[in-house]
Design a protein around this ligand. Sequence first.
Ligand SMILES: Cc1cc2nc3c(=O)[nH]c(=O)nc-3n(C[C@H](O)[C@H](O)[C@H](O)COP(=O)(O)OP(=O)(O)OC[C@H]3O[C@@H](n4cnc5c(N)ncnc54)[C@H](O)[C@@H]3O)c2cc1C
Ligand SMILES: NC(=O)C1=CN([C@@H]2O[C@H](COP(=O)(O)OP(=O)(O)OC[C@H]3O[C@@H](n4cnc5c(N)ncnc54)[C@H](OP(=O)(O)O)[C@@H]3O)[C@@H](O)[C@H]2O)C=CC1
Ligand SMILES: Nc1ccccc1C(=O)C[C@H](N)C(=O)O
Length: 466
Amino acid sequence: MSSKPSLTLIGGGLVGALLAQQLARRGFAVDVFEKRPDPRTAGFAGGRSINLALAERGLQALRSAGLAEDVLRHAVMMRGRMVHTTDGRSGLQRYGVDDSEVIWSVSRGGLNMLLLDAAEAAGVRFHFGQGLVGVDFDAGRMRVADLDGIERELDAPVIIGADGAGSALRAAMNAHRPLGERTEWLGHGYKELEIPPAARLPPALLRDGGGRDQFAIEPNALHIWPRGGYMCIALPNTEGSFTVTLFLPAQGPYPSFATLPDARTAETFFKDDFADLLPLLPGFAGDYDAHPVGTLATLYLERWHLGGRALLVGDAAHAIVPFHGQGMNCGFEDTVVLAGLLDGNDPAEAFAEFQRIRQPNANAIARMALENYVEMRDSVADPRYLAKRELGARLAGAVPDHFMARYRMVTFTHLPYAYALERGRAQDVLLEQLLRDSPDAASVDLDAAIATLKATLPPLPPLRHG
Ligand SMILES: Cc1cc2nc3c(=O)[nH]c(=O)nc-3n(C[C@H](O)[C@H](O)[C@H](O)COP(=O)(O)OP(=O)(O)OC[C@H]3O[C@@H](n4cnc5c(N)ncnc54)[C@H](O)[C@@H]3O)c2cc1C
Ligand SMILES: NC(=O)C1=CN([C@@H]2O[C@H](COP(=O)(O)OP(=O)(O)OC[C@H]3O[C@@H](n4cnc5c(N)ncnc54)[C@H](OP(=O)(O)O)[C@@H]3O)[C@@H](O)[C@H]2O)C=CC1
Ligand SMILES: Nc1ccccc1C(=O)C[C@H](N)C(=O)O
């Protein structure tokens, strides 16, 4: 018999399923209660986005779970941002130095189902169609409701909430003892549209590297149509389509979702602002009218746990805006840290240590995700931003142990997010200073710039690249 405590997880989404697998592999008895029916039999229902960008942090967690190869087999590589300007031109801005630094577009439904299979194979017991309703933390008991609303009570002395941004466990914990919760709404919403596979579009439309295989536009990129205060993006799916997301202010003057309430008004807006994209969206009217406007916010909590009785992980603890493509990646990183801490430690100690390690990093990626919205929708087309990017790339090429773009630290290393934020700030000040008297990056004296860099900042810590 194992002396490890039995663990109750709430939520069998991306983070819950991966955490459950890792804990079961370490010998814990794990029960997962998931509000929705089993997506493997009932079909995957909606969710927050159709596909997601998987980066090094998420991949590393999947490697440690023995699942990375399986996931990558169903992923589309994205080398960088393909930026589409209003004049109809496009150009690739690489994310990393070469093809060893890329991100991957994966299907949320496919990934969730793969993780459920893996967790079940590791011995996790799933209870689908069972949503958490309430918890008596003193008695170590919880109430769940099935799909007909019929409630029952169960023992749950140690309970972990991976039940997403609208976490029911968080609400129960907060009612028991306030968690210091604050939600900052972004004020921008999103709507998903679709570019179908090339075969469903007139051949004359296929350009920009598109038409290759079954894809209408370049498959190995994350496409952005930056328009200053708003933008569209598109991520490829394995079967040749792209999921397009329009990000726009929710309220306020044109253009906002409030001023574009239906496909008719939105089509005129797309004709003006996304003229090259609209013809690639044959289902525009139907999708626009049928798909909801998603809300976006950042969640901050002072406390993530209630002694050793309850803990929040993933979006339940630290939901962030999606613009760095890091919410799931951060949640996956959580699972590795937590599984390691629970192994051999009392839950109260493990939970406290988990919060101590992860909270500053969650706060840092929350901030960088907000900043990345401005970068994606606006700065990518700004000459000053491009000059800093180019000078940064020259420095990184010449002294890679001393300079690395913040985006690369976040996306391609395991350096703590808090470190990436702080180092990125210092590097940015330096780049501004170096470019102050130069018209462009090419005219900066590289040897002098390296000397200033080395005099100002210590070398980077050892990089644990994947
Ligand atoms: C538009 C958009 C795009 C995104 N793109 C990316 C990206 O490219 N890369 C990235 O890394 N991240 C991305 N994210 C973030 C990512 O979606 C989340 O960080 C991730 O889904 C968090 O996983 P989770 O398991 O914590 O929560 P969820 O995925 O929300 O899963 C929660 C689970 O708990 C279940 N549940 C809810 N309530 C209960 C209850 N009461 N009882 C039992 N079960 C319950 C739900 O049914 C669900 O299965 C994006 C988010 C959005 C909104
Ligand atoms: N939206 C955000 O970005 C954030 C939300 N929050 C908090 O979350 C709570 C609710 O947020 P809100 O955005 O209004 O609502 P949700 O995002 O929770 O729900 C919106 C819709 O999406 C569905 N949905 C949500 N997650 C999933 C999933 N994993 N799989 C399938 N469908 C899903 C919901 O279905 P169903 O109702 O069946 O769950 C609902 O129909 C609030 O308390 C808010 O403060 C906090 C931070 C960020
Ligand atoms: N997955 C996303 C979903 C929504 C918005 C952005 C993303 C990104 O991944 C952006 C990418 N990291 C970028 O910086 O170009």
